[in-house]
Design a protein around this ligand. Structure first.
Ligand SMILES: Cc1cc2nc3c(=O)[nH]c(=O)nc-3n(C[C@H](O)[C@H](O)[C@H](O)COP(=O)(O)OP(=O)(O)OC[C@H]3O[C@@H](n4cnc5c(N)ncnc54)[C@H](O)[C@@H]3O)c2cc1C
Length: 507
């Protein structure tokens, strides 16, 4: 990356997660002199791609739920980079295995696929069959105002109310999606947020991957920041956001540098930004209480298997192994008081599996395979007994694919502690025990989505948040990387209008 002595900017964006990278790319593209800075030496935060054991694999995101047809595609088009990346799908689609019974479902879902699903769900009675058909039809045709009406219900409450008689296999299918989309149980995720993005994902028919791995997207976004004459600094950690006369005016880094700007955008998360990077002394008691009470999403544990042979021949986009009784029963308030055994028993832990080389064969050496297997976990990075979860992943996965165990050359494992270190949210764990390892950001519960979503505007003029924690409504929300990028777009607009009217530091 280019180096520069110039240290005054129009805007500083802290973090190259999908939120920060997209926001910086859009602002630099508009001619605002931007500094994009990250403590890591790689782009993408919780979604970077690297090479280990000769395989390119993703840490941690592994699927683009709307391919290039959603927010990510929209930003790439806006910065003129859409053609520099290839969005990929597999012909077969995804494999679902429910209680050891498999079915594959194409991203391009049609009537035939729905009938196949219904058969797989073992729905035989005419009345139940009709209920499932009606429910599918209802879901894909839902309108914007209908989503808004159910934002204050949880997914479980809404399913009970809307589809009281659907078979349990179908309910399990729908609630599995909630865990996949939000890394958050159906018991306390918002129904409006769920239904809106479940429908959009189905209708986009574009779920998939991209050439070069997921981390190539934020890397490309950062490249365009430089191509537009702005600056990218990697491997430099922001320790303080500087406040002068009540305004955010710059950042100070661990490496001893000070950079000044008219606006600061933090991709680090609201809690770490307020409580650590700025410091509580700059906020009112009420705002601090609000920030401290925000609830994180769940986290994930991941095993990566590096295999000397291809053991899964069919090119599935993802493989989901689950069964009856997979829904966790606890919520944020009860979770911290429970032991690991209480949390996870008797749950039939679903396993989300992906094989990046099924999309892009260049990611693994010929004839070999890397398999990523992930399960939901509490976000507390300080918990100790992760092996309970790793064993559950392995039990469930090997039941359906026993051949994996024969060809393992290496495995490596990641838990919420690793996630918290990559995202930088570990700086808040000391103050807020149990928080830091969240997979997404703030939990998408009724109190924290829609009109209740925290605003990208902080109470300090010139300080903004970007990424999965903050967004504007209507129009803001989504799933994982799509949500982070959507926040990047919306925050870029807010920052642009904040800077406009002031003396702009343009290029
Ligand atoms: C196991 C797992 C699997 C997932 N799978 C998927 C998936 O398949 N599809 C999907 O859409 N989503 C998935 N997600 C969710 C997705 O990864 C996140 O929602 C998304 O990456 C969040 O992006 P963000 O921009 O909000 O923040 P982050 O990605 O957390 O980015 C924050 C950035 O800020 C930087 N930073 C932090 N502190 C500092 C500091 N002090 N100084 C400088 N820089 C700093 C970090 O280094 C990082 O680059 C998954 C998450 C996990 C953990």
């Amino acid at each position: 990356m280019t180096d520069t002595k110039e240290d005054n900017f129009g805007v500083i964006v802290i973090g190259t997660g999908f939120g920060g990278a997209s926001c910086a790319a859009l602002l630099a593209n508009k001619g605002i002199k931007t500094l994009l800075i990250d403590k890591n030496k790689f782009f993408g935060g919780k979604a970077f791609t690297t090479t280990i054991h000769k395989h390119k694999v993703d840490f941690f995101s592994h699927l683009l739920c709307m391919g290039g047809a959603g927010e990510i595609g929209a930003v790439l088009k806006e910065i003129n980079a859409f053609d520099r990346i290839k969005f990929l799908q597999t012909k077969i689609g995804s494999l679902f295995i429910y209680d050891e019974r498999p079915v594959d479902i194409k991203a391009n879902m049609n009537f035939g696929t729905i009938m196949k699903l219904i058969e797989w769900m073992d729905v035989k009675e005419q009345a139940q069959l009709q209920q499932v058909m009606d429910a599918f039809a209802f879901l894909v045709k839902m309108q914007e105002h209908q989503f808004d009406q159910i934002y204050n219900l949880t997914v479980e409450e809404w399913l009970e109310k809307q589809f009281p008689n659907i078979p349990v296999t179908f309910k399990d299918f729908l609630t599995l999606w909630c865990g996949m989309m939000f890394v958050n149980p159906a018991k306390y995720s918002s129904a409006g947020e769920y239904a809106r993005y479940f429908t959009r994902i189905l209708n986009s028919k574009a779920a998939g991957y991209c050439s070069g791995g997921i981390g190539y997207i934020p890397e490309l976004m950062a490249k365009t920041v430089e191509e537009n004459g702005s600056v990218v600094k990697m491997g430099e950690t922001v320790e303080k956001i500087l406040i002068e006369d009540g305004r955010a005016v710059g950042v100070q880094t661990k490496e001893g540098n000070i950079y000044k700007a008219d606006a600061i955008v933090s991709n680090v998360g609201i809690q770490p930004t307020v409580l650590k990077l700025v410091g509580p002394e700059y906020f009112s008691k009420e705002y601090l209480a609000y920030v401290k009470n925000l609830i994180p999403s769940f986290s994930g544990v991941r095993i990566r298997y590096f295999l000397s042979q291809k053991v899964i021949d069919k090119k599935y986009g993802s493989i989901l192994v689950y069964g009856a009784n997979h829904n966790v029963k606890f919520d944020w308030n009860t979770m911290s008081k429970m032991t690991f055994e209480e949390l996870m028993e008797p749950i039939n832990l679903p396993v989300f599996t992906s094989i990046p080389s099924n999309f892009d064969p260049n990611l693994s050496p010929p004839g070999e395979q890397a398999i990523l297997a992930t399960a939901i976990a509490p976000p507390n990075p300080s918990r100790k007994q992760w092996d309970i979860l790793f064993d559950k992943i392995e039990d469930n996965l090997f039941k359906s694919f026993p051949q994996i165990s024969q060809y393992i050359e290496y495995t490596d494992k990641a838990n919420p502690k690793a996630i918290s270190e990559i995202s930088g949210r570990n700086i808040v764990t000391e103050i807020l025990p149990g928080v830091g390892g969240e997979a997404v950001g703030l939990a998408q519960i009724p109190e924290q989505v829609g009109y209740n979503k925290p605003s990208p505007r902080s109470p300090i003029p010139g300080l903004f948040y970007v990424g999965c924690d903050a967004n504007v409504y209507p129009g803001g929300g989504g799933v994982g990387l799509e949500q982070a990028t959507n926040s990047g777009r919306n925050t870029a607009r807010l920052v642009f209008s904040y800077l406009f009217g002031k003396k702009l530091r343009t290029l």
